[in-house]
Design a protein. Structure first.
Length: 452
């Protein structure tokens, strides 16, 4: 059986089934460089008078990144939508693979930048992103559902992502239907709305988890499974923790789309190298712009302004307290959570590694890094053992969560959630649909005759 036949319809729709063997060409580096230039290059398109705003109002301007992300998501939504419609009608992709790879790569390039842009994105831009994200996730659900049916995958990385898309759509749809401005109010107001209307069922985090568990249970029963398998149980429980991450689907989809497009994970370091090379070239051509950028965002130590590297002032304060207990930390219950700086706690740093350093110390942080490294290598090994491109999703997801931890809280912040993720990866023989190699029966030896 060919590798294209083993891949699902999602890979065949975009024309990158079976794995690609060509290296990244110059046009891909140019696209990555164009994405980086679009981030720093264009002037600000919308101005806001900071002197007329309050602390709870909009403080940040919108730059060229808003145009880039809207155009990127528009292109990818159009490609997926027309490919889905045409595939239903004619059973073949509407666009050639070369035409679809351009928008996919631009989207992936912005997926990495989205981790940075989320630090100072204005409220109305977040509302636009969630609305477009809702439309894109609905289209993805149709493709993922059809792919899981054709591949006959009871459990697997694809089911994990499929269930997560369903959960996020249900969660976003609920809040968009309740009020268009719900996403712009404070967190405590959103919590009150969730508890008032759903009593916890439609909570902004756990409502999506409840929906996901219900979807996966119904899907398991529809496949005539008497009881949920170990993989389904692990996936459902991981969803309960995973839905605490809001908006993580934004950079996850470009990562998976890129790996599906290339067909092998070894191209990912090449793209990272291309992005770093583009930054170096841009810094050499425009040194004044780069220095001004770092002075404005990175080196700014004002408490009300989030920076490129995180909350720099809070980071310095928390790391100064690290010397009090460097080996074993202060523990999760006491210590760093009571280190107050005005109204600021360690959680306001939005950096998982700093929190782990203060809570677990160097010993615990080393164990955490070792476990994550083992899980990442295990996930990569699992992706090489099968021709299914969706098996790479676990490695990409773990890498994304660990990198996202530099600027925000994520699943890697709690030890029990990380254990569930690593357990899911360790069950790769079952969950990645890797066929077990049957053992050859040992040849029968003739019994010795009596009297000999």
């Amino acid at each position: 059986m060919s590798s294209a036949a083993q891949s699902g319809p999602l890979a065949r729709t975009f024309g990158f089934a079976g794995g690609g063997s060509r290296p990244l060409t110059l046009r891909y580096y140019l696209l990555a460089a164009a994405a980086l230039l679009a981030w720093w290059g264009p002037p600000r398109i919308i101005g806001v008078d900071a002197s007329r705003t309050t602390e709870s109002a909009l403080k940040y301007d919108v730059d060229g990144a808003a145009l880039l992300i809207i155009v990127s998501w528009g292109l990818i939504c159009a490609v997926v939508f027309f490919s889905l419609i045409n595939r239903r009608m004619q059973r073949k992709p509407v666009l050639s693979p070369r035409l679809t790879r351009g928008p996919l790569l631009v989207l992936f390039a912005y997926g990495a930048l989205a981790l940075l842009s989320a630090l100072w994105a204005p409220s109305f831009l977040i509302t636009i992103l969630r609305s477009v994200q809702l439309l894109f996730a609905i289209l993805l659900i149709a493709l993922f559902h059809q792919e899981s049916m054709e591949c006959d995958a009871k459990v697997g990385p694809l089911r994990l992502f499929y269930g997560y898309c369903v959960a996020r759509v249900a969660n976003h749809l609920f809040f968009l239907l309740v009020s268009p401005r719900v996403v712009m109010v404070k967190e405590n107001t959103r919590d009150r709305i969730g508890r008032l209307l759903g009593g916890g069922l439609f909570h902004r985090d756990y409502g999506a988890a409840t929906t996901c568990v219900a979807i996966m249970t119904a899907h398991s029963l529809s496949q005539r499974i008497a009881a949920p398998t170990v993989g389904t149980w692990l996936t459902s429980n991981w969803m309960l923790f995973l839905t605490r991450i809001r908006g993580v689907i934004l950079p996850t989809v470009p990562c998976e789309a890129y790996l599906l497009m290339r067909g092998r994970s070894r191209s990912l370091p090449l793209l990272v190298f291309g992005g770093l090379l583009s930054i170096a070239v841009y810094a050499a051509l425009f040194p004044d712009a780069v220095s001004q950028f770092f002075e404005q965002y990175v080196l700014q130590k004002h408490r009300s302004l989030t920076t490129l590297s995180g909350r720099t002032f809070i980071w310095q304060y928390l790391l100064a307290r690290f010397s009090d207990s460097p080996l074993f930390g202060f523990g999760f219950a006491t210590g760093p959570r009571t280190l107050l700086l005005g109204h600021t706690t360690v959680i306001d740093a939005h950096n998982v590694w700093i929190e782990a350093l203060l809570s677990l110390g160097l010993v615990g942080l080393s164990l955490l890094l070792s476990a994550c490294s083992w899980g990442f290598l295990r996930a990569l090994r699992m992706s090489r053992q099968t021709t299914d491109p969706d098996a790479r999703l676990l490695a990409v997801w773990l890498l994304l969560l660990l990198s996202q931890s530099l600027t925000s809280t994520s699943i890697a912040m709690r030890s029990d959630e990380l254990i569930i993720l690593l357990t899911y990866i360790s069950c790769g023989q079952l969950l990645a649909r890797v066929p077990a190699t049957p053992r050859s029966p040992s040849p029968l030896r003739p019994l010795p005759r009596r009297g000999m």
